[in-house]
Design a protein around this ligand. Structure first.
Ligand code: NAD
Ligand code: ZN
Length: 353
């Protein structure tokens, strides 16, 4: 679990006092990984409390994080500072959150990031790392994983050393998020709730976090009578609670299929989940019905025909990547999931997308 968190509009201004006790000495900098959408945002950048040899590294977000990107980033950080940094601060969306977590791990663990894709393979504590989300929904700020695409799989570094040591939740930072992206990343949270609450792994913790997050998502996207500030505040809390819910259980069909889509086509997580979820009535009838209403309400047009022109090979890869995610399928369909979810079944579903 994340041991420390502050929440509130304007709480980003507390970063200086939060980091100060964690500074090892003037030689050991803080490295701020910042979403490059803020590259020309002087107001935002001037609020980052740079001291001594601290540095900002801008992170592009067109593509989801890759293992070799983490290796290059870690080499860059080692080039900036000969001593291990005091810490890594990630400021951005899920992409930056995941890169910050992965870089913090790889600064103290030998080898390449791809060596740690899996469960509990990390042996050494990461450097101190802080997450500051600027868009809400993924729950990456609270999760025990950092999702990475490697040479042969898309799989997270899941470990006790992955979660942030500190998170700053300042809903004001989400001010500039464009509508479509707000919807896609917000729906990631809604889908986390649906998959967790309808899964066989459900337990008292995942249920209570999931119910709260789902209620908040409905207030934001379904009822839709909130002020902009209320909506931002509630979605940031929803993201956290949705992340906690799946931390105690697991995601399901939409995520398993969306991983396949992303592996072959590079479709990003939020929009990929939406494209898939739109076709999953048979698994999540109530959730999908509500999703369609929310999609209409905000006039969101999802891409169609993504898989129409795929070769058999590409489709097979998509199916295999998806089928490889056993825990997601077991959560969704129970221990005998292989009786229901066959390659043919997935082929016919993907063909619709
Ligand atoms: P993202 O981080 O890719 O950001 C989406 C877009 O929003 C980018 O163009 C970004 O520049 C922009 N953006 C972010 N904040 C903004 C702001 N305040 N104003 C204007 N634009 C802003 O998207 P995401 O949906 O947050 O994250 C997706 C990533 O998160 C994927 O790589 C996915 O694998 C990962 N993920 C991780 C977990 C986890 O538990 N670790 C969970 C879900 C998703
Ligand atoms: Zn997700």
């Amino acid at each position: 679990m994340v041991p420390r968190v502050v929440f509130g509009r304007g709480s980003f201004s507390q970063l200086d006092e939060i980091l100060m006790p964690e500074r090892k000495n003037s030689e050991a900098p803080f490295i701020f990984l910042v979403d490059d959408v803020f590259e020309n945002d002087e107001k935002m950048l001037s609020r980052i409390p740079l001291l001594f040899n601290d540095q900002i590294v801008f992170i592009p977000t067109e593509e989801e994080p890759k293992t070799d990107q983490v290796d290059v980033l870690v080499d860059k950080i080692k080039g900036i500072s000969e001593v291990t940094p005091s810490g890594i601060v990630g400021i951005g969306g899920g992409t930056v959150m995941d890169l910050a977590k992965a870089a913090a791990i790889m600064l103290t663990n030998p080898g390449k990031a791809e060596d740690y894709q899996g469960w509990d393979l990390v042996k050494r504590e990461a450097v101190y790392h802080v997450g500051i989300p600027t868009i809400s929904g993924t729950g990456a700020e609270v999760s025990r994983t950092t999702v990475l695409t490697g040479p042969d799989k898309k799989l997270g570094i899941n470990s006790d050393f992955t979660p942030f040591d500190q998170v700053v939740l300042d809903p004001e930072l989400t001010n500039g998020v464009p509508k479509e992206q707000w919807f896609y990343t917000g729906m990631d949270c809604f889908i986390h709730c649906v998959e967790s609450l309808n899964g066989t792994y459900l337990n008292a913790f995942s249920e209570s976090y999931g119910e709260k997050a789902e209620e908040l998502c409905k207030e934001v996207f379904y009822n839709g009578n909130l002020s902009k500030e209320e909506s931002q505040d509630k979605l940031m809390m929803a993201s956290w609670h949705g992340g906690m819910s799946i931390a105690y259980s697991q995601v399901g069909v939409a995520h398993a299929m969306s991983y396949g889509l992303s592996y072959v086509l590079g479709t990003k997580h939020g929009i990929g989940n939406c494209i898939v979820f739109d076709h999953l009535e048979e698994f999540y009838p109530e959730g999908v019905a509500m999703f369609k209403k929310m999609k209409d309400k905000y006039n969101i047009q999802l891409p169609k025909g993504l898989c129409a022109n795929l070769t058999d090979n590409e489709l097979d890869t998509m199916i295999n990547v998806s089928l490889g995610l056993d825990p997601l399928w077991e959560n969704a369909c129970g221990k005998n999931w292989k009786d229901i979810i066959t390659p043919e079944k997935l082929r016919s579903l993907f063909k619709k997308m």
